[in-house]
Design a protein around this ligand. Structure first.
Ligand code: ZN
Length: 392
């Protein structure tokens, strides 16, 4: 086990260990598992989790379900850095997890952290009762109002609709190996919560508010037992952006050795126009490819997602896609020329790039498929909606 650490975070001395808290509820279901600090410089989630467990204890709040708090990259948290060798939130793939077994003695810092987190999650999934709700608490380098990120499955969407804040769909299509995408593959509900800027105290308050609302929405705690419920609800919904769903239209990826500099002062969700100067890459201007809203502009050294451009999804699209998926209409896609599926991988469609060009990625999104991977000249689309299966 990685040793617990003592740090000063948001003017508080806190002790960070792998399991930050655990409460067994009277009914023992559902089970809510919240993570803080998977990025070590994002400490607000850790502070918030400790606060919530302290409130449960001091106010003797009785829970219906179980509630776990887990800390992320303890070594990076102790140094207040995003990660040491590799981003702990970009290595959740089957290949990497296999490596943890094969190279047991020679693991780098993040693999050691990953191994502990993996076993704790697996143990919870095997011993506790579902449904399981995973919450991953983050903060951002740019100033932002709180928002949620999810893989586009209907159960995630339904849970996310409980919070009066914007939700970004399908971010996993642009990121490799985030923890929540891995969790989603086994059919569990998983929400990423971005609370605000890394060093602002309000980010801790936002995480606390979100955790309580999330526990109530999951029916892990009764609303009447959360005295400040209305205050929490209000404090998260007083921002400009209302509870809309957004799609990602573009991501700027920073290449190795590239010198990237975002233009100062962009706030998350700020409107931008086509051809607006957004950043410099090796002293060359980077202009917006189209109108939209800027999302997650990068104002720190570590990380290779420069910025995203997002746009609002219409109610019409959300309703249609929900109906199509509920009626299992996605099977129609399999009948199209150039689209095949494998018995072994029922959630994957293998698509001839020519067909994909004709059909447009949007169609696959509508039916609940995400993440194109080009392998041996074929595109792979993976369905996000799925039944709960054994965690491996
Ligand atoms: Zn983060």
């Amino acid at each position: 086990m990685i040793n617990p650490i003592e740090i000063e975070s948001f003017s508080q001395k806190i002790s960070v260990q792998r399991v930050l808290g655990k409460v067994v509820g009277s009914k023992q279901f559902p089970t809510v598992i919240a993570l803080g600090g998977i990025h070590g410089n994002e400490r607000a989630g850790v502070n918030a989790l400790l606060k919530v467990f302290e409130t449960i204890r001091s106010e003797k709040i009785s829970l219906k379900g179980n509630f776990y708090g887990i800390s992320g990259n303890i070594n990076a948290i102790s140094q207040n850095i995003r990660f040491q060798n590799v981003d702990l939130n970009r290595i959740w793939t089957k290949e990497q997890l296999l490596k943890l077994y094969l190279e047991e003695d020679d693991l780098d810092e993040e693999s050691k952290e990953q191994k502990e987190i993996y076993h704790i999650i697996k143990n919870i999934l095997e011993t506790e009762k579902g449904p399981f709700y995973f919450l991953d608490l983050h903060t951002t380098s740019a100033d932002t109002q709180p928002f949620i990120t999810i893989s586009d499955s209907l159960n995630n969407r339904k849970y996310s609709a409980n919070f009066s804040i914007p939700t970004i769909l399908g971010i996993e299509e642009y990121l490799d190996g985030p923890l929540l995408t891995y969790i989603n593959e086994f059919g569990h509900i998983a929400l990423g919560f971005e609370a605000g800027q890394h060093d602002k105290e309000v980010s801790v308050d936002n995480c606390v508010a979100f955790l309580w609302l999330a526990l109530v929405a999951a029916k892990c705690v009764r609303k009447k037992d959360v005295v400040k419920y209305r205050f929490y609800k209000h404090s998260l919904s007083m921002f400009n952006e209302t509870q809309d769903f957004y799609k990602i239209d573009f991501k700027y990826t920073i290449k190795p050795f590239e010198e990237f500099k975002m233009i100062e002062g962009y706030k998350n969700f700020q409107e931008i126009q086509k051809n607006e100067l957004l950043a410099y890459s090796n002293n060359q201007e980077l202009l917006a490819k189209f109108d939209g809203k800027i999302f997650m502009p990068l104002y720190q050294k570590k990380g290779d997602d420069g910025y995203f451009i997002i746009s609002r999804l219409s109610r019409f699209w959300l309703t249609i896609s929900r109906f199509l998926r509920k009626l299992h209409m996605h099977n129609i896609l399999k009948l199209l020329p150039g689209v095949t599926s494998q018995k072994k991988k029922p959630h994957t469609l293998i698509v001839n790039p020519k067909t994909a060009k004709f059909l447009a990625t949007e169609i696959f999104h509508l039916f609940g498929y995400r993440k194109k991977v080009l392998k041996k000249g074929k595109l792979y689309f993976i369905k996000r909606d799925r039944k709960v299966s054994e965690f491996i």
